[in-house]
Design a protein around this ligand. Structure first.
Ligand SMILES: NC(=O)c1ccc[n+]([C@@H]2O[C@H](COP(=O)([O-])OP(=O)(O)OC[C@H]3O[C@@H](n4cnc5c(N)ncnc54)[C@H](O)[C@@H]3O)[C@@H](O)[C@H]2O)c1
Length: 379
């Protein structure tokens, strides 16, 4: 299948991600069939798409007429066969459970045209494992959109071990047709690029607090005002959801090693059901509005302490063959809204200085902090 020949798309799951992906595809001119398991969910999804399109009109990004035209390209259905029967591309965005995804892919393979490309929006499962559900794993690929898909420009394209070159080219081409930026994740590895680099940094910030090295507000303030991140690690963990951060770290711990074990505080919040903004409490309490982060709180905190960890994780990603240096920088800027990529940060701060920080941490807390050999080869 050539991306130029693609007209019809099926999106499976009309939740947070599915409805956004359906909207982006319809805005780009594709005909979209959106499938979920209840009429109520589908109606809510279409309502959300309408409101989002109207917001884009108010911001001057779409014209009035585009709202109805875009909506007319989206149909909803409860019937999987009906959704995928004429699709050239199927994008799966059902809940993050391997058994469910495998079942869905098997059903899709039976009902979709033979040439259709089958994509999964999974954040933490292995594309290779999902593809085991189908007879031709060559047509399965990861297409990892970021939340919210309408706003976020990055899509990680992830080939599984048996994905064909043609499928990868198709996925990269499709993402460009949506007006978004694809980055190629060369190897199907836990967390791909953005979550792999970002989530251990969130964990490290929490470990610092657990060890009594710094306070929540101090770190959040420094990362926001001194490192110029959109928000600090604790506000971000609460926004993502402590359950999601915890889940990703558990996957990392199992597949990458004990260094990624969730910090004590993340473990405790998770157990207590304090999952962040969505439950009203996480690292912060949200019942009386958004927490205030004063600029002075972070004055004494050295942001290189956390940047060093992030840069080191980025270096591991490159040395493990998961992605190229430039793609890691692009992914972190577009997928996590960072002001600079980790390798750009490394060049600005100086590799020598970062290596020093890491060596000190290695001495104090163990080998997980050992500087990646790739760091010393950076120019
Ligand atoms: N939420 C995020 O920030 C985010 C970001 C990137 C990727 N993802 C990934 O996207 C996927 C979906 O996540 P979400 O946050 O949109 O979840 P969600 O729970 O909001 O939506 C999932 C939807 O799938 C529906 N569903 C369940 N079984 C189905 C089936 N058999 N067929 C069709 N629909 C079915 C559910 O009713 C629900 O509406 C997950 O794999 C997740 O890891 C999520």
């Amino acid at each position: 299948m050539k991306v130029e020949d693609l007209r019809k798309i099926a999106v499976l799951g009309a939740g947070v991600m599915g409805h956004g992906i359906a909207q982006v595809a319809a805005v780009a001119g594709y005909t979209v069939a959106m499938r979920d398991i209840s009429e109520e969910i589908l109606e809510r999804a279409v309502g959300n798409i309408r409101r989002s399109l109207e917001r884009l009109v108010r911001r001057g990004r779409l014209s009035e007429g585009d709202v109805e035209a875009t909506l007319s390209r989206i149909r909803t259905t409860l019937d999987l066969r009906e959704a995928v029967g004429d699709a050239g591309l199927v994008i799966e965005a059902v809940p993050e459970r391997l058994d469910l995804k495998k079942r869905v892919f098997k059903e899709v393979e039976e009902a979709a045209p033979e040439r259709a490309v089958l994509a999964s929006n999974t954040s933490s499962l292995s594309i290779t494992e999902i593809a085991e559900a189908v007879e031709d794993p060559g047509r399965v690929v990861g297409m990892h959109f970021f939340n919210p898909p309408v706003i976020m420009r990055l899509v990680e394209v992830v080939p599984g071990e048996r994905t064909s070159r043609e499928t990868v080219e198709f996925a990269l081409g499709f993402v460009k047709k949506l007006g978004k930026t694809p980055v190629l994740v060369k190897r199907d590895s836990p967390g791909f690029i953005v979550n792999r680099v970002l989530v251990p940094y969130l964990n490290e910030a929490a470990k610092m607090v657990d060890r009594g090295e710094a306070e929540v507000l101090e770190i959040d303030s420094a990362m926001q005002f001194k490192a110029r991140f959109p928000m600090g690690p604790f506000l971000l963990s609460d926004l993502i959801g402590i359950d999601i951060v915890h889940h990703i770290l558990k996957v990392f711990e199992e597949k990458l090693g004990p260094f990624y074990k969730p910090s004590e505080s993340i473990e405790r919040l998770y157990r207590e059901g304090k999952l962040g903004r969505k439950t009203g409490e996480g690292f912060y309490n949200y019942r009386e509005g958004r927490p205030q982060v004063p600029e002075e709180a972070g004055r004494g905190f050295d942001v290189n302490r956390l940047l060093a960890l992030m840069v080191n994780e980025a270096a591991k990603v490159v040395s493990e063959g998961v992605a190229e240096i430039e793609d890691v920088d692009t992914a972190m800027k577009l997928g996590a809204n960072l002001p600079e990529g980790p390798f750009e940060a490394a060049r600005r701060i100086g590799v020598g200085r970062l290596t020093e920080v890491l060596r000190e941490l290695e001495e104090r807390y163990g080998e997980g902090y050992a500087p990646s050999p790739l760091l010393s080869s950076l120019k």
